[in-house]
Design a protein around this ligand. Sequence first.
Ligand SMILES: Nc1ncnc2c1ncn2[C@@H]1O[C@H](COP(=O)(O)OP(=O)(O)OP(=O)(O)O)[C@@H](O)[C@H]1O
Ligand SMILES: [Mg+2]
Length: 265
Amino acid sequence: MRGGAQAHLLLAEDKHHYVVKTKQNPQHRRVLVNEWVSSILLRQLDIAQPAVECVELTPDFLAAHPEVNITLGNTTAAVEPGWHFGSRLPVDPNRFVIYDVLPDPLLRQVANLRDFLGILVWDKWANNCDSRQAVFFRAQVKDWISGETSRKSAFVALMIDHGYVFGGPHWLFQDSPLAGLYYRPLVYDGVQSLDSFQPWLDQVLSFPWPGLDRAFRETPEWWLNGDRDELEKLLEKLYRRRTRVPHLIEDIRDGRVNPFSNWPK
Ligand SMILES: Nc1ncnc2c1ncn2[C@@H]1O[C@H](COP(=O)(O)OP(=O)(O)OP(=O)(O)O)[C@@H](O)[C@H]1O
Ligand SMILES: [Mg+2]
């Protein structure tokens, strides 16, 4: 796949396709932890995202598929057998199209466009220092968006790529107003005040420690390499900075380029 982590598109034994980021990816082993922790917390915030799994690459599979490797300049590095991070494709890519981008007229029609407000709350809380990414596909809305009962088919957005939350591999919170934004400001057209970010803002402000502790306990050992204590400290910092999130959103509005056209300074 395109992208700095040099992920690979693989068909797994469960018959699903996964975009797999390996522990040997050129960004850092910690991007797998970031992806995993994000997916656990995004589930709790009820923001649409792909299913994620730990994907095992066996010695036999890697021997049979030497093309599953990592390119570093002129050399290639092997991917090691073991467990890696998989983000599941929402549909069979041989039968249905998944889009990385949509033109504005179609983006406007995305059934869960409001999830871009929820994910901005997450991206600010978690200090995602990458820009926001999503994939789009057509589906029955009720199958993908909680609370929806409509059988109508529409474009659905799933939020992807959480490798660079927590300041990426550094696990630092150095906030910057433009980080975490989606490149099409129309997704923010509904923003008129901080209230537009509800219910996510209140959910974060009162996010319970057990929810974060669950992410801590459910992070697999094989990506941590002795980072368990660091991860706990990171999540404690995340817990303490919940109250900063409304200010971080106001900082976006007050920044050099305000993406909220209906919420002027
Ligand atoms: N669950 C998914 N369903 C469909 N496509 C996906 C999924 N996850 C990732 N992709 C595709 O794989 C590409 C690479 O994934 P991702 O952006 O997470 O990797 P990355 O290497 O971290 O990228 P970047 O360089 O932006 O940090 C995405 O641009 C997207 O096209
Ligand atoms: Mg990416």
